[in-house]
Design a protein around this ligand. Structure first.
Ligand SMILES: NC(=O)c1ccc[n+]([C@@H]2O[C@H](COP(=O)([O-])OP(=O)(O)OC[C@H]3O[C@@H](n4cnc5c(N)ncnc54)[C@H](O)[C@@H]3O)[C@@H](O)[C@H]2O)c1
Length: 106
């Protein structure tokens, strides 16, 4: 996908999938805005990739609006990558049966 010079907002951009996406977007010359609750990691990554960081809890409308406003201030907002979330690792099927979140009731 050709996205050079565009603005992309990345939620959860301070870590994991979001941080990897931010690095890739920065390498390609696009303008990434990292929106994350984790200010320490987010500010550091934004410094390294020379992009913007906005402290943001995606559950808070005002925070999300601030992240969008920051992105719009940099140019045309063309992309949104949603990586904000809390990962809980677990076996799909273990000795005690399937993972709770995929155990459907009949
Ligand atoms: N890594 C995987 O293999 C994988 C696979 C399937 C799904 N997922 C899902 O993708 C998402 C990201 O995974 P990851 O491995 O990059 O996790 P991660 O923990 O490395 O990164 C998640 C980021 O989201 C931020 N965050 C959490 N809640 C937030 C909120 N309310 N507002 C703003 N930021 C918030 C955290 O501060 C963190 O920086 C998770 O929801 C995870 O469950 C991950």
């Amino acid at each position: 996908m050709e996205m050079q010079g565009n603005v992309v907002l990345i939620t959860g951009g301070a870590s994991g999938l979001g941080a990897a996406t931010a690095r890739l977007i920065a390498q390609r010359g696009d303008k990434a805005v990292l929106a994350d609750m984790n200010e320490v990691e987010g500010v550091e990554l934004a410094r390294v990739v020379r992009r913007e960081f906005v402290k943001c809890d995606v559950n808070q409308e005002a925070d999300a609006q601030r992240a969008i406003d920051t992105a719009l201030s940099l140019g045309t907002l063309r992309g949104l990558v949603n990586c904000a979330g809390i990962a809980s690792a677990s076996k799909t099927v273990g000795r005690d049966g399937p993972h709770r979140s995929i155990c459907f009731r009949r």
